[in-house]
Write a protein that binds this ligand. Structure first.
Ligand code: SAM
Length: 235
């Protein structure tokens, strides 16, 4: 038996590439996006009652995950990228069916659109369903996970003065918390765990329409080098 599903909407996200997206939701609260709903789910009837809800479960498709042979074991970045676990013990994007689930904050509701934050979703992510987060059922205070027992360690993020000023100016232009977004995402150290960066090596990523570049002056410390608007890109 097989099933097929049509998306009920699409996420327009601050994240335009997979690199440097937090590995779970809520790790960067400044990560914002808009969930555009497709007809007929853009009608007010479909959203009635959501104003009572602070957080949503989004069920979505990892549309940019590479398809390939079935992997029964995967190497989660959380375990340093060199230890394998069963696919069902991980939140890897390489799965039998490319389905993801994230709890996101519902900031506001506009006609046909939900403004969301704390996201870990790539721009263009197709959404299959939305469900309200139900604290008494979905939060399990005594739950444990030995492989991901605590929030990941953060590393310090420092700024070049010109980059800091540019980030503030683009925050004003975009009306988005650009400084916080960069700090919250880079503090999670997006580079692969096995890499030992030299100070000469520069890294880069695109958030909104901005190219961000940074390096590691010391192995566990990031310095943001530049924040520049990418020419002729819409956000
Ligand atoms: N919270 C979700 C879950 O548990 O199903 C996603 C966890 S997954 C480890 C998070 C990573 O998926 C992000 O860091 C990003 O690199 C990647 N990602 C996000 N949206 C994606 C998409 N639409 N297609 C492929 N990869 C995506």
């Amino acid at each position: 038996m097989s099933y097929s599903f049509d998306p009920i909407g699409i996420v327009h996200s601050c994240f335009h590439e997979k690199f440097a997206i937090p590995r779970q939701p809520s790790l960067a609260v400044a990560a914002r996006g808009v969930l555009e709903l497709y007809p007929p789910y853009d009608k007010p009837e479909a959203l009635a009652g959501l104003e009572e809800v602070s957080h949503l479960w989004l069920l979505f498709v990892f549309h940019a995950a590479p398809s390939g042979p079935d992997h029964l074991r995967v190497r989660p970045p959380r375990l340093g990228g060199n230890q394998r676990v069963g696919v069902f013990a991980s939140r890897s994007t390489h799965r039998p069916n490319p389905l993801g689930q994230s709890v996101v904050r519902l900031d506001s509701i506009e006609p046909g659109h939900l403004l969301i934050s704390g996201i870990d979703l790539l721009d263009g992510t197709p959404v299959l369903d939305i469900k309200p987060y139900v604290p008494y059922a979905d939060s399990v205070p005594q739950a444990h996970n030995g492989m991901a027992a605590t929030v990941p360690d953060l590393i310090p993020v420092t700024w070049d003065n010109i980059a800091w000023q540019a980030a503030r100016e683009h925050a004003e232009r975009l009306q988005q918390p650009v400084v916080e977004l960069i700090e919250q995402c880079l503090a999670q150290d997006p580079k692969p765990a096995y890499q030992r960066p030299t100070a000469e090596r520069h890294y880069g990523v695109r958030f909104w329409d901005l190219n961000i570049s940074w390096h590691y002056p010391q192995p566990n410390c990031i310095r943001v080098l530049s924040v520049k608007q990418q020419p002729s890109v819409s956000v």
